[in-house]
Design a protein around this ligand. Structure first.
Ligand code: B12
Ligand code: SF4
Length: 517
């Protein structure tokens, strides 16, 4: 049987890395079936296009995975496929919480023939065989013989054949530059960011987060050896093909067990598997100097930190008091001293937020080493304690916000601000953080860190802005470049200076100075 695994596009940004679930389920598919992966962010398709393609290929099952934010598109795709007689199974965090919605048991339309609840590593092979035999059940639940929930142990972990998978669609080098980098950029034929999971689960239970409910508070890890082998495979491929690969450890809290994380990082270093990587780690775990040393030595470059707020009352409200705003600066300095930077994530619209919260937060951010701040409205996701609380308090203004998805629009009334006020704060936070003025300030602050670091920050700033302000066409990019001409001029000037210096040094026979990161 031919199977399509499809992830809907988010309609705002291109994907910067493959979705792990598709590659994982493909690796777990029983032999004798062919699996085609379509990531809508890399290859956007509408309903008719997907149906036409599935029919052309004679597909017998389409698996759709989506976050809440993409579920409306997932449902539209499911409807079109089912209308064309192609069976659809859905999985992922949203339908796990709201299986009845997907199955049309709440009075609405039915969007899927079957729903896979929770982690599908063990149910997927059953789903495939049932579909091949024309006997799909409504619900597939990962339970043992006694009906008790069973979580995959991750040991053993399937080998994803990253060394043979076509990853062209995930090349982060813009198309117009690709021909140049292929011919002239030594080792820059492509640049891929690859998702690797080393473990699952986070017991912290922050009120707005689905992770503790979904993956459970039982934390499970792959063996160090299995993770290291995956990195070595990726590294070997990049070397062979003269490309660049970085890894995103997608664990929810990569250092949740510090002892294990240190042992993994030591094994990565011992095996020569160091490569640039990013991971999500909560601020409280970054107090450990030895951990931060190992992060740097193994290639860690960017750490995503869910700071959420600079106000302890807000953090207490969402069960995140383990975050201590008064230590944020120390944590970020500890990282920056080792040339590691942070993607700092903040929530706007928390219950103790008042007008001015964007300015107050920006003031703090600007006193820290430069990084990439990101902001989102407090979003009541189904299945979270937050959703239940706001529902019980009658504060959900769009209780099924996902069916009418509207980027960054609030779905509840905060306590000390109106919704329009909260939207103004969110907008201000993004626009100030990525204004040409701030971009220039950042590259000035980084002057002593070398040209590479300055260019990396600047380019990332242009892309991060696009998370909030859509910039998917050439015109918006041209405008953005024009607005940022001052920082660009400074970088070009430094680049030309360095080039001239290296030519002079070469002519004089002295070694070429290398740039610092
Ligand atoms: C990596 C990641 C991202 C990446 C996504 C890009 C990418 N290419 O992966 C980035 C950083 C961009 C991102 C962004 C966001 N993310 Co995110 N992200 C994750 C993260 C950490 C890992 C995802 C992952 O690969 N997991 C590992 C795989 C193996 O697990 P899985 O995807 O759940 O798949 C398993 C099952 O769900 C199931 N399954 C999944 N799909 C399907 C489909 C079928 C057919 C079947 C049978 C089974 C099945 O089988 C898999 C194996 O067991 C998760 C948290 C988590 N640990 O999952 C959050 C998570 C998915 N993100 C979340 C959110 C909210 C966001 C944002 C909206 C945050 C924000 N405020 O901006 C944005 C929006 C993204 C966008 N552009 O639209 C939420 C989603 C909750 C929800 N109900 O929607 C999660 C769960 C985290 C959380 N805090 O609650 N994210
Ligand atoms: S620390 Fe992060 S992953 Fe863990 S519950 Fe809180 S928000 Fe979710």
């Amino acid at each position: 049987m031919k199977i399509i695994l499809y992830n809907p596009d988010n309609g705002v940004t291109r994907n910067f890395m493959p979705h792990l679930w598709m590659f994982l389920l493909k690796s777990l598919t029983p032999p004798g079936h062919e699996v085609i992966l379509i990531d809508g962010n890399a290859k956007p398709m509408n309903e008719q296009e997907l149906v036409r393609f599935a029919k052309q290929e004679g597909v017998g099952l389409v698996g759709i995975g989506a976050m809440t934010r993409m579920i409306a598109k997932a449902y539209r795709m499911g409807d079109a496929l089912r209308a064309a007689g192609i069976p659809v199974v859905m999985g992922g965090p949203h339908v796990t919480e709201l299986a009845d919605e997907a199955l049309g048991r709440e009075g609405g339309p039915r969007h899927a023939d079957a729903v896979a609840l929770g982690e599908a590593d063990e149910t997927w092979p059953v789903i495939v065989e049932d579909a091949a035999n024309g006997r799909l059940r409504d619900i597939y639940e990962p339970v043992d013989e006694t009906g008790k929930e069973r979580k995959p142990s991750l040991q053993p972990y399937p080998t994803i054949p990253w060394d043979t998978i076509d990853l062209d669609q995930f090349n982060l080098i813009p198309k117009f530059l690709q021909r140049f980098t292929e011919q002239h950029g030594s080792g820059w034929k492509y640049f891929n960011m690859m998702p690797v999971e080393s473990g699952r689960g986070c017991p912290y239970g922050c009120e707005f987060c689905t992770v503790t409910g979904f993956f459970g508070d039982s934390i499970r890890f792959r063996s160090n050896e299995s993770v290291v082998n995956e990195l070595l495979m990726l590294k070997a491929r990049a070397r062979r093909e003269r490309g660049q690969v970085a890894v995103f450890f997608i664990d929810d809290n990569f250092a949740i067990n510090i002892k294990r994380t240190k042992s993994l990082l030591r094994d990565i270093i011992a095996a020569g598997a160091e490569m640039p990587w990013t991971a999500q780690i909560s601020a409280n775990l970054l107090r450990d100097e030895e951990l931060v040393d190992l992060i740097a030595a193994s290639g860690g470059k960017w750490i995503f930190i869910g700071m959420e707020s600079i106000d302890p009352a807000n953090l207490a409200d969402v069960n995140k008091s383990f975050n201590k705003p008064n230590e944020y600066a120390a944590v970020l300095n500890r990282l920056a001293q080792r040339n590691i930077y942070a993607i700092t994530s903040f929530i706007i619209g928390l219950d103790n937020d008042t007008p001015g919260v964007a300015d107050r937060t920006m003031q703090q951010i600007e006193s820290w080493p430069p990084g990439m701040p990101v902001f989102g409205p407090l979003t009541p996701l189904p299945g979270t304690p937050l959703f239940a609380k706001l529902g019980a308090e009658g504060r959900l203004t769009r209780p099924k916000h996902w069916l009418n998805f509207d980027l960054y629009r609030m779905a509840h009334t905060p306590l000390k601000m109106t919704i329009p006020e909260a939207q103004i704060e969110l907008d201000k936070a993004w626009r100030t953080s990525y204004s040409p003025k701030r971009n220039e300030e950042v590259i000035d602050i980084l002057e002593g860190r070398g040209l590479d670091a300055r260019i990396m920050h600047f380019v990332m700033r242009l892309f991060f802005r696009g998370i909030y302000i859509p910039q998917m066409n050439k015109r918006t990019w041209a405008k953005l470049i024009a607005e940022n001409r001052k920082p660009i001029f400074k970088l070009v000037k430094q680049g030309v200076g360095k080039y001239r210096e290296s030519r002079r040094n070469r002519a004089a026979g002295s070694p070429v100075p290398t740039t610092t990161m």
